[in-house]
Design a protein around this ligand. Structure first.
Ligand code: ADP
Ligand code: ASP
Ligand code: MG
Length: 610
């Protein structure tokens, strides 16, 4: 007998007809001999309707009352679905989040789950009942002081997915099914690219790197819990028996259910000593340059690891990348030829120091699903390196990884400091081999994020501790930083060496970030804060790109062919992200999706009873 958690989203329970269809499906699952816990969302768009009602009353509703209001949506659907199950003769019982023991932080509208005490659930399951649980809600710890105790909380929009996976983890379920109105996870958002195709499987790490894609179909926090507790997770259609898309995780070691969503944001510290850096300074800032450079590198079959391009300076830009040390010479000469041809094309003489290389650098990285949406983690890394006297040469981040290039002879100190800060003894995660496929594809999916703003501080003094100060201030102001880039460019201003640090934040946080940084920027003397209020971030993600050369080149070529200029580039082992002009985001997504031949055949499904 298996224990299965099934979650049905708003569209799937959007009418009484659909609720009856879902009830039949749940009853069938139980009739096959499974114990079933069902998590449901509010009917159709009813959460939006409740939000609109509140907005009609006031511009500034209290967060507590919003939770009180929004949590009612799910109570409607649990009771109706339970009635439909009972009408089919299936014993069933509905329960709210607090009734099934979901304890959360006392933060209204975005609470994280602290623990689940599933005793009542288990008893009911043992009585042969199907339990129908209200998604998206929980209750603050009853043992807290007065007004913070017994509070109804919600987990943030889309949070029913997180409720479902958290319950699966607490119950030790065999698997968790996210049943929705598409047949699985698609290679990109089908509302933007209608010919997106379905992924057969995807790893949790890939899914987390696709966070902005993931957020639309699967709550990233649900993926984080699945990854941390090793829960088999599948996204599939509510209407068919098609297999859907499996989200694979490594087998997880034992992990306490206490502090479920808040414990240990970082679970790996990595060192790569086999890195050499090539930097091209002052290349023209126009479409096609990155494509030509990485096209030539790919032609030499050279695997590139990090690629970092920060903000432009006038009409030029710097691009740096790393390769294995043995490949440095070939990478340098290839880059040199491209550099010369770019200068020839512009009829300009190459600057004295056009290409810089360093054969003795190390990449130190921290990784962990819990760093998404937690402002302080990158800051903690930079602070820890600074306290150890390690200077950061370059920084590149992705959703679940922060990588810094440092001098090779400082790497021991860097690693020791990071292991201590994040309490890592050895890398606890085994490498993931996705089942069913010999090698994962270089590109699994493409995502677009249009909610970011780009900020840059130019001329930050190049000494340990500066990145730490910047990102600690932002963390203290609760600003969630997305991409962080510190590039190769080094300028001497007023007698001191300086570098530029660029990053992106959610558009709504621009004001907060500006206020948080104002004093520091002034103290730095020659530094300036520049803001681009809207940018588009387009990313390709695939666990197989580490073994494939030419992925970056193909992405950059697609953008170049569409005359789209790349404003910044940051990479991790499994992700390449480019910032482009906000108005060109959708076009960029489309051309990249096509360049990797990800389109499929017609996938549109019409649900029964629609
Ligand atoms: P539910 O109400 O079931 O939770 P959501 O609306 O939250 O459903 O998520 C499903 C929707 O996500 C789909 O209808 C689709 O339009 C959208 N979506 C965006 N990106 C993707 C993607 N990459 N794969 C599948 N669906 C996606
Ligand atoms: N009903 C909530 C929302 O619309 C939670 C969910 O559907 O997952 O965001
Ligand atoms: Mg959803």
């Amino acid at each position: 007998m298996a224990l299965v958690v099934q979650k049905y989203g708003g569209t799937s329970v959007g009418s009484t007809d659909r609720i009856r269809t879902v009830a039949q499906r749940v009853a069938n699952t139980a009739a096959q001999g499974n114990q079933v816990v069902v998590v449901v969302s509010a009917m159709g768009k009813s959460t939006d309707t409740l939000v609109a009602l509140a907005a009609d009353i006031t511009d500034n509703p209290s967060q507590r009352e919003m939770d009180m209001l929004l949590s009612t949506g799910e109570q409607v659907s649990i009771s109706l679905l339970t009635m439909a199950l009972q009408a089919l003769g299936q014993p069933a019982r509905s329960m709210t989040g607090p009734q099934v023991g979901i304890v959360t932080e006392a933060h209204h509208t975005r609470a994280r789950i602290l623990s689940i005490k599933p005793d009542r659930l288990r008893q009911a399951l043992d009585r042969g009942e199907v339990i129908v649980v209200a998604g998206f809600q929980g209750m603050s710890n009853p043992e807290l002081e007065d007004s913070d105790a017994f509070e109804i909380t919600t987990l943030g929009r889309g949070g029913s997915d997180t409720s479902a996976v958290a319950l699966a983890a607490a119950l030790g379920a065999d698997h968790c099914e996210i049943c929705t109105d598409v047949p699985g996870i698609l290679t990109t958002d089908p509302r933007l690219v209608p010919d997106a195709s379905q992924m057969e499987e995807v790893t949790c790490d890939e899914m987390l790197e696709l966070a902005s894609l993931g957020a639309s179909v699967l709550h990233p926090r649900a993926v984080e819990i699945a990854r941390n507790y090793g829960i088999p997770l599948v996204v599939r259609s509510s209407w068919t028996d098609q297999p859907g898309t499996w989200v694979r995780s490594r087998p997880a070691g034992p992990r306490s259910l206490e502090g479920m969503e808040i414990a240990r944001p970082v679970d790996g510290v990595e060192l790569d000593l086999n890195q050499a850096k090539v930097g091209l300074l002052q290349v023209p800032d126009r479409p096609g340059v990155a494509a030509i450079l990485f096209g030539a590198i790919a032609e030499q079959q050279l695997p590139v690891d990090l690629i970092i391009q920060s903000i432009n300076e006038g009409n030029s830009n710097d691009i740096a990348f790393t390769v294995k040390q043995a490949d440095l010479e070939l990478a340098q000469s290839t880059a040199g030829e491209i550099y010369q041809s770019l200068c020839d094309a512009a009829h300009s003489a190459p600057p004295a120091e056009g290409i810089v290389t360093d054969g003795a650098i190390a990449k130190v990285s921290i990784s962990g699903a819990g760093m998404i949406g937690r402002p302080g983690v990158a800051a903690q890394m930079f602070q820890s390196l600074s306290d150890a006297g390690v200077n950061i040469q370059m920084i590149s981040t992705s959703e679940v990884k922060v990588s810094c290039l440092v001098d090779a002879d400082q790497s021991d100190r860097a690693i020791a400091a990071l292991c201590k800060t994040f309490e890592i003894h050895s890398s606890s995660l085994a490498p993931l081999k996705p089942a069913g496929q010999i090698a994962p594809p270089p590109v699994r999916g493409v995502a677009l994020d249009r909610e970011q703003a780009q900020l840059a501080i130019r001329h930050v003094p190049d000494r340990p501790g500066m990145a730490a100060r910047i990102f600690t201030l932002l963390a203290e102001a609760q600003v969630s930083v997305d991409m962080i880039i510190q590039s190769q460019r080094c300028r001497r201003v007023n007698g001191i060496d300086t570098r530029d640090i660029a990053f992106t934040v959610t558009q709504g946080d621009i004001g907060l970030a500006q206020t948080a940084l104002a004093d520091l920027v002034e103290q730095m003397g020659c530094a300036v804060l520049e803001i681009t209020p809207t940018v588009a971030k387009v990313s390709v993600v695939g666990a197989g790109m580490v073994n494939a050369s030419g992925v970056a080149a193909r992405m950059f070529e697609a953008l170049a062919a569409a005359q789209i200029n790349i404003q910044m580039i940051a990479t991790s082992e499994i992700k390449i992200s480019c910032l482009v002009d906000e108005t060109l985001g959708t076009e960029a997504l489309k051309v990249i999706h096509k360049a990797f031949a990800l389109e499929g055949t017609d996938l549109v499904e019409v649900p029964k009873g629609a």
